[in-house]
Design a protein around this ligand. Structure first.
Ligand code: TGC
Ligand code: FAD
Length: 390
């Protein structure tokens, strides 16, 4: 299963720079060597493979576009996308860890943090010495984070934080958490909460059928004293966390292509080898329809992601453009996973092949970072000027 050949039907490689290809190939090699051989076992036992943290840092997956002076890789947005694509070709849960560390922890500290905060946290997050998580979602507020109840009070020399976050990727082992909470006036701010602060706990969420190789948990704040210097001073309001989501969603739009490529590649290979009624099943029109539609959808998704990457590099990509790509590409990948699973017949349900794991992972990917419905409503609001959320 690790003979993977990346589909490139429209010669997209011609549009990539030498640096893009080097970065992509390094990530691809690493996934082949360090992820593919172990990931099924970790998914089966529902455990995050902590030993991969160092390798993720080495391929530039922690802060690809964060400047080198803060320990980041200093790459452009297309390189960031390609790294996410390669990682998610291995597993969406591993990509989640990279997305959270880069776009939801390093990005807000870089974009909204003070110089002291950048110097204190970013280099250690870039090497994986410290791991981070991002607390926005709450038990009563998922799609509508603006309704959050987690709040903090100014106690003079510190803030007192109370509340709870749910569904937080990496929370069970994170050293730091970027937490979104309301002040006494109801204004949302970001706070950096560190493991070990009294009253702060991170219970793990068990029994997931999806993203099993990624650790998910809660963040509980019971009168946590947060030093005043841990508040992100640069931006407040719901736009601050939503700005981080723009970056993470962009990475997911590329990541989903990786999962789809792996499913397609596996299904194509299997269809050419599996003989039924005296012929390879690839010879039958029904199977060709599935495979032809898969490569068509992957190619469309690649072009969408590439153009979005150019717009991002120019600082012109809008939230709505990012929503469209996240929504389309994740839906595309999930549909391909379901079809590819059928091409493999019974073998498709086993852990011998990656498809069922991708399929189950993608059920989370289509829900987190804004559900499939919410992204449709973002497009709807953008084209009509009328938000239909409320
Ligand atoms: P709305 O009134 O539209 O906006 C509130 C304020 O924010 C501003 N704004 C933005 N600013 C910067 N960047 C953006 N992308 C922005 N989008 C909006 C906006 O201008 C406004 O500013 P101001 O100054 O007027 O206050 O907000 P709304 O409450 O109507 O909500 C809109 C909606 C539904 C689209 C939004 O709440 C949303 O996107 N909901 C989905 C929640 C979500 O995606 N959660 C993800 C949690 S993190 C996660 O899932 C991580 S998974 C792990 C992994 O990545 O692998
Ligand atoms: P709800 O918001 O309750 O939605 C339920 C259903 O109602 C959905 O189908 C939704 O589309 C629909 N719906 C909601 N509002 C509307 C509307 N206005 N119109 C029409 N339909 C609507 N969050 C973090 O903050 N940090 C993380 O690291 C993180 N990691 C995650 C990891 C995993 C494995 C999962 C599953 C989730 C994670 N999340 C994280 C949370 C994720 O972002 C939320 O699950 C998601 O935003 C949806 O919120 P919800 O689950 O509360 O669903």
């Amino acid at each position: 299963p690790d003979l993977f050949e990346a589909p490139d039907y429209y010669n997209l490689d011609d549009l990539l720079s030498e640096e893009h290809k080097l970065v992509r190939d390094a990530a691809r090699q690493w996934v082949k060597r360090d992820i593919s051989p172990i990931i099924e076992e970790y998914a089966q036992k529902a455990e995050f493979p902590k030993q991969i943290i160092k390798g993720l840092a080495e391929i530039g997956a922690f802060g690809p576009y964060i400047p080198e002076e803060y320990g980041g890789a200093g790459l452009d947005q297309i390189s960031y996308g390609l790294i996410m694509q390669e990682i998610e070709r291995g597993d969406s849960g591993v990509r989640s860890t990279a997305s959270v560390q880069s776009s939801l922890v390093m990005y807000p500290i870089f974009a909204y943090g003070s110089e002291e905060q950048r110097k204190k946290y970013l280099p250690k997050l870039a090497t994986g010495e410290w791991m981070g998580c991002f607390g926005l979602t709450e038990p009563n507020h998922g799609s509508n984070p603006g309704g959050m109840e987690t709040k903090y009070k100014d106690m003079g020399d510190h803030y007192l934080l109370n509340g709870a976050k749910l569904w937080i990727s990496n929370s069970p082992f994170a050293d730091v958490a970027v937490v979104w909470a309301k002040n006494e006036e109801g204004r949302i701010h970001g706070l950096i909460v560190e493991r070990g602060m009294e009253g702060f706990s991170t219970p793990e969420t068990h029994n997931k059928w999806s993203l099993r190789a990624s650790a998910t948990g809660e963040l509980i704040f019971d009168n946590v004293k947060v030093p005043k210097e841990n508040l992100l001073p640069g931006k407040s309001g719901l736009g601050a966390p939503l700005g981080c989501l723009d970056s993470a969603r962009y990475g997911i739009a590329w990541g989903a292509i990786g999962a789809a490529m792996d499913c397609y590649d596996t299904a194509l290979r299997y269809a050419k080898e599996r003989i039924q009624f005296g012929k390879p099943i690839a010879a039958y029109q029904l199977q060709q329809k599935k495979l032809a539609e898969m490569i068509t959808e992957i190619t469309k998704a690649q072009l969408l992601a590439f153009r979005l990457g150019q717009l991002k590099n120019e600082g012109r990509a809008t939230t709505a453009q990012i929503s469209m790509a996240k929504r389309n590409n994740v839906d595309m990948a999930l549909k391909i996973a379901r079809e590819a699973r059928q091409v493999l017949g019974g073998m498709g349900i086993t852990g011998e092949y990656s498809i069922m794991r991708h399929m189950m992972n993608l059920e989370s990917v289509i829900t987190y970072e804004g559900t499939h419905d919410i992204h449709l409503l973002i497009t709807g609001a953008d084209i009509t000027g009328i938000p239909a959320f409320k």
